[in-house]
Design a protein around this ligand. Structure first.
Ligand SMILES: *Cc1c(COP(=O)(O)O)cnc(C)c1O
Length: 458
């Protein structure tokens, strides 16, 4: 390894990568969403025997860019509606570049005062913009799945402690049984998080949901005097529906149950005054999970775990080691990871750049665009399967076969990309409006492409 050579190549390599990344972002606004057949075939060029000797870094980046940029799915396109992915605001890409250069580790203040400060400020602003309780704390994690795990670890330990079981000493095995209540349409990742904290499927009671996929408060089972965790949802992954937080939390709290809310994208409704009605009572929960990589339009990966009682989380996750010079509030005592990226950097940049108004507008705009999609689809006589209150629209084109065929064909057409799902027994095309750069014109363009495709099947 030739250090002098690597240093000599550095500026040119980084400048080249930055220029090509900018070109990718520009092209993403107009490019077909799926990579071409040729680009997909070229992905095999990334393969080969493990190199025996070094290669100059600029050449590596040239090769990576040449194959990678064409081979990427343009999920950051303003016409990507396939999954609730979200794109990357330019300011967050730039912030991530800086963060990569700084290479900071936000686990202890002594190791990175900068990264810890950024997280501290981002935490304060997030609690503010999402209208969470003032004392709520935040852990920066990879995504909602791990955020759920952090919160559920706290939940598990806390409800067991209330019934005299000290899990730190005695562990999970032999502990009193925990009753877990979730909605019938709980996100699959929540079930994984529950399994990871030791809750098996047979321990989980599923509460029936209404036609829009939200828990039916009338079908809530009676709470009992026993360790109980309730997992609610802000934003059903298909329909965008919200569980009735107010009613359920009030009942759950009478029995000291821990209430957790999965708000991977839906939690952001709290930032917009027109949508806040969907969130009624959510602040009475004990913990919340959300993503920044979805609706805040920050690059992967970025999720947040919020919780009211920081001591519960610290008790579950605090580390000790003679070499760990710790401050009072080091972030590593509130995450599963000891080392991790300085995710606060991009979140800080996004919030600083958008401000309260920008966040609210971005979320509100996505929902307006979903409504506009719904209107245009209805005008064409297509059946909308959900109650469109957030950023999710589900549409049927007639028979299940036809809907499936339309989805496949529109994905190949290239202008826009939609995914599919099965909604209460019926095949549906699923539309998620989450990208910051989507405009009404993109919906019009997508509708035009869609109508052409649908007409092929008539
Ligand atoms: C995306 C999503 C998750 C999982 O989030 P990750 O960031 O992928 O871990 C959980 N719940 C809902 C409702 C989601 O949309």
């Amino acid at each position: 390894m030739d250090v002098h050579k690597i240093l000599a190549e550095r500026d040119e390599t980084l400048n080249y990568a930055a220029q090509k990344a900018i070109a990718f972002l520009n092209k993403a606004q107009t490019r077909d969403i799926e990579p071409t057949k040729e680009a997909l075939k070229n992905l095999s060029l990334l393969d080969g025997p493990f190199p025996e000797t070094p290669m100059p870094s600029k050449k590596v980046i040239e090769e990576l860019e040449d194959i990678g940029s064409e081979g990427a799915m343009v999920t950051i396109s303003p016409r990507f509606f396939g999954f609730v992915t979200g794109a990357n605001l330019p300011v967050t890409v730039a912030a991530q570049w800086l963060a990569a250069a700084w290479d900071q580790l936000p686990n202890m203040a002594v190791l990175s005062p900068l990264a810890c400060k950024l997280e501290q400020v981002a935490e304060k602003w997030l609690v503010d913009v999402l209208h969470l309780p003032k004392q709520a704390r935040c852990s920066f994690v990879t995504g909602t799945t791990t955020a759920d795990m952090v919160c559920l670890l706290g939940a598990r330990n806390h409800v067991l402690e209330q019934y005299g079981w000290d899990i730190q000493t005695n562990g999970v095995f032999g502990a009193p049984k925990i009753r877990v209540l979730v909605g019938e349409e709980v996100h699959t990742t929540m079930l994984r998080a529950l399994r990871a904290i030791g809750i098996g499927n047979a321990q989980i009671e599923k509460i029936p949901v209404n036609d829009n996929g939200a828990i039916d408060a009338n079908k809530l089972p009676e709470f009992r005097d026993e360790p109980t965790i309730v997992c609610l949802q802000a934003g059903n992954v298909d329909s965008g529906a919200f569980d009735p937080f107010d009613t359920i939390i009030e009942k759950a709290k009478k029995y000291n149950a821990w209430v957790h809310i999965d708000g991977a994208f839906g939690l952001w409704a709290a930032s917009n005054p027109k949508l806040k009605y969907l969130m009624k009572g959510f602040e009475k929960a004990d913990s919340w999970a959300t993503d920044a990589h979805k609706w805040l339009n920050v690059p992967y990966d970025s999720g947040m775990a919020f919780y009211k009682d920081e001591m519960v989380i610290k008790k579950a996750l605090t580390l000790k080691g003679n070499y760990l010079v710790q401050g009072n509030d080091d972030p590593m005592n509130r995450t599963l990871e000891t080392s991790r990226r300085a995710r606060g950097t991009e979140i800080w940049a996004a919030l600083k750049s958008l401000g309260r108004k920008g966040v609210s507008d971005m979320i509100g705009k996505s929902c307006d665009l979903a409504k506009y999609f719904e209107k245009r689809l209805k005008e064409e006589g297509f059946e909308i399967l959900n109650n469109v209150e957030l950023n999710q629209v589900m549409v049927s084109f007639g028979s299940d076969e036809k809907t499936k065929a339309v989805i496949k064909a529109i994905q190949k057409e290239g202008t826009a990309w939609f995914g599919g799902t099965n909604w209460h027994g019926k095949e549906a095309m699923r539309i998620s409006t989450v990208g910051w750069s989507t405009t009404k014109k993109d919906i019009d363009m997508s509708m035009e492409a869609l109508l052409k495709v649908v007409n092929q099947f008539n």
